[in-house]
Design a binder for this molecule. Structure first.
Ligand code: SF4
Length: 495
C-alpha cells in the first residue's frame, strides 16, 4: 500500500489506520502505485484552534475523500487531537470507498477493556467512557458495551489482587505439526522435535532459578501457565520432569490457578492429564478451533472433531477442575452456518471457559499467500460469527471476562474469553490487563515486569527459537535478565 503524509503526523499511527481498511498491507516506498495497490494521502492543517485532516483513499480506480476537524482545547495533547481528526476522516473515506464500517471504529489498541478502565481512571463514569468510545472513536455500540462489561468484571479481580503477587509463564514452543494459519514460533519438524530433551533440561533449570528469584524478591506466585505451541507434545515422562521442577519449589496446591495449555486434541492422553492432575494443574485448554472436519483438514490441524470429543472426555475424567476450549471465526472454508454450529456444539458440552478468536494471518503463516483473498471475502460473515458467539454464550450462562485484539485480524475484530461465573482464567486477565509481573521462561517467551503504583512496564525478550535458547551455554542472557529484574525492582522500591 502507498501512504503519503503532507504535514506533521505520526506515520506509524497512519499505517495502523490504513490497516483498518486494508488488513495485512505492507507499505511500499515506491513513488508510483502498482496496479490495484491501495493508496492513502493524508493532509494535516494545524491552526491556532483546530487540527483539520483531509484523507484521500484510492483503490481499484475509485477514490473517496473526507475531511474532519477537531478542536485542540478538547484534548490534553495535540497529537491525540490530530489522531482523532485523522481517524474520523479516514473512517469516512474508507466506509464510502469499501462499504465497510469497522466495528471497532478507529480504536487501534489491543486492549479495549483496559482503554475503558483508563478512561474511568481519568474520572469518567462507565457510561461516559462508553460514550467516548462511540463518539470519538466511532466504535459500534455493541463493541463499546462488551468492552465496558468486561472492564466492570475485571474490577473485581483488581480489587482482590495481592499487589505482591506475580505469575510464571513456561514456554513449550513445539507442536506435532504446523497448522496453516499459524505464525507462531513453533517447531514441528522431526529435527527440531529432537531438541525437546535438551530444551527441557535447560527449561527446568530456568524454571527453578526463576522461582528462586521470585522468592528472593519477596513476591508470591499466584498463577502458573504452561503454554505453547502445544505443551502436550511432551511425553508423559517429559511432562513429569517439568512438573517436578515446578513442584520442587512451589506448593502448587496454594496457587490460585495452574494452567496447562494442552491445545491439540491429537496430543492428549489420559496418562499426560493424570500427570497434570497429580501436579496440581487446575485448568487445561483443549482446542478444536472448529467442529467441521473438512475445515480442520483444510487448515492442517491433523485431528478430527471426534478426536476433540475424545480428548474432552479424557479431560473431564482427569479430575482437573476447569476446561477451556478455543474456536476461531473466519477459518477458510468455514461460513456462518458451520461456525455457529461449532459454537452450539461447544456450548452443549459446557466447558468452563470458551475462547473465541478472530482469524488473524501473519506473514509467517502458510496461508499468508492467500491472505488478502481470505480477508476480502470474509469480513461480513466473520462479523456475524463473532456476534453469534457472543449471543449464544450469553444465552447459555457464560460471561465475557477478557478481551484483546490483534493487528491484522479479519475485520479488526476481537478475541473474547467467556466463562461460567467463578471459573474465569485469572492468568489471562492479569496478563492481558498488565496487572502483575509475569516472569516468562523458555524460547519465544516475554517477561513483563509491572509496577502499577509507578505505572512502569518493562519487557524482557527471551531468544526466539529453541536452538538459540540452547546456544546460551554461558548463561549470558540469563545474567542480563537477572540484572534487568533486580534493577527494575530496586528502582520501583526506591532502593
Ligand atoms: S497447534 Fe497452535 S501453536 Fe501449534 S501450529 Fe497449530 S496453531 Fe500453531
Amino acid at each position: 500500500m502507498r501512504l503519503k503524509i503532507n504535514g506533521n503526523f505520526n506515520e506509524y499511527y497512519a499505517q495502523t489506520l490504513c490497516l483498518l481498511f486494508f488488513p495485512g498491507s505492507k507499505f511500499s516506498v515506491k513513488n508510483e502505485a502498482e496496479k490495484d495497490e491501495p493508496c492513502a494521502e493524508i493532509t494535516v492543517t494545524d491552526d491556532a484552534e483546530n487540527i483539520t485532516v483531509m484523507v484521500s483513499l484510492s483503490h481499484l480506480a475509485k477514490t473517496e475523500t473526507a475531511e474532519a476537524s477537531e478542536p485542540k482545547a478538547k484534548y490534553s495533547r495535540t497529537e491525540k487531537c490530530a489522531n482523532i481528526a485523522c481517524g474520523k476522516a479516514f473512517f469516512e473515506a474508507g466506509k464510502n470507498l469499501l462499504g465497510v464500517r469497522p466495528q471497532w471504529g478507529i480504536l487501534t489498541g489491543i486492549r479495549p477493556s483496559k482503554f475503558i478502565m483508563d478512561l474511568m481512571g481519568e474520572g469518567n463514569t462507565r457510561a461516559e467512557a462508553v460514550k467516548i468510545l462511540k463518539q470519538d472513536y466511532l466504535v459500534n455500540p455493541k463493541k463499546a458495551n462488551i468492552a465496558a462489561e468486561i472492564a466492570a468484571g475485571e474490577q473485581k479481580f483488581i480489587k482482590t489482587l495481592d499487589k505482591n503477587s506475580c505469575s510464571l509463564y513456561v514456554s513449550i514452543p513445539f507442536c506435532p505439526s504446523r497448522c496453516h494459519y499459524c505464525s507462531f514460533v513453533s517447531c514441528s519438524s522431526p529435527k527440531l522435535l529432537s531438541l525437546i530433551d535438551d530444551y527441557l533440561e535447560k527449561l527446568c533449570r530456568d524454571v527453578s532459578e526463576t522461582i528462586d528469584v521470585i522468592h528472593s524478591l519477596g513476591l508470591s506466585l499466584s498463577t502458573v501457565y504452561i503454554g505453547g505451541g502445544t505443551p502436550t507434545t511432551l511425553s508423559e515422562a517429559q511432562l513429569h520432569k517439568l512438573f517436578s521442577a515446578i513442584r520442587a519449589k512451589v506448593n502448587t496446591a496454594e496457587l490460585e490457578e495452574f494452567t496447562l495449555e494442552a491445545g491439540r486434541p491429537d496430543t492428549i492422553t489420559a496418562g499426560k492429564l493424570r500427570e497434570a492432575y497429580e501436579a496440581g494443574v487446575t485448568r487445561v485448554s483443549i482446542n478444536t478451533q472448529t467442529f467441521n472436519d473438512d475445515v480442520l483438514e483444510n487448515i492442517g490441524r491433523r485431528h478430527t472433531s471426534r478426536d476433540f470429543y475424545n480428548a474432552f472426555e479424557i479431560a473431564k475424567n482427569s479430575g482437573i477442575p476447569h476446561i477451556n476450549t478455543d474456536l476461531i471465526a473466519g477459518l477458510p472454508g468455514e461460513g456462518f452456518l458451520s461456525f455457529s454450529c461449532s459454537v452450539d456444539r461447544l456450548v452443549e458440552l459446557r466447558p468452563d471457559n470458551i475462547t473465541v478468536h478472530t482469524l488473524c494471518i501473519k506473514n509467517a503463516a502458510d496461508f499468508s499467500k492467500i491472505k488478502s483473498e481470505i480477508y476480502r471475502k470474509n469480513v461480513r460473515d466473520v462479523t456475524k460469527c463473532i456476534d453469534y458467539s457472543q449471543i449464544a454464550t450469553k444465552n447459555a450462562g457464560y460471561e465475557p471476562y477478557y478481551i484483546y485484539r490483534q493487528k491484522n485480524a479479519v475485520g479488526n475484530l476481537e478475541n473474547v474469553g467467556f466463562a461460567l461465573p467463578g471459573t474465569e482464567g485469572k492468568y489471562n486477565i492479569y496478563m492481558m490487563d498488565e496487572l502483575q509481573t509475569i516472569f516468562a521462561v523458555g524460547a519465544g517467551a516475554v517477561s513483563k515486569l509491572v509496577s502499577l503504583e509507578k505505572s512502569k512496564i518493562k519487557r524482557i525478550f527471551e531468544y526466539k527459537y529453541p536452538y538459540e535458547y540452547l546456544s546460551d551455554t554461558e548463561g549470558q542472557k540469563r545474567r542480563e535478565k537477572l540484572e534487568t529484574i533486580e534493577k527494575f525492582y530496586a528502582e520501583i522500591r526506591g532502593e
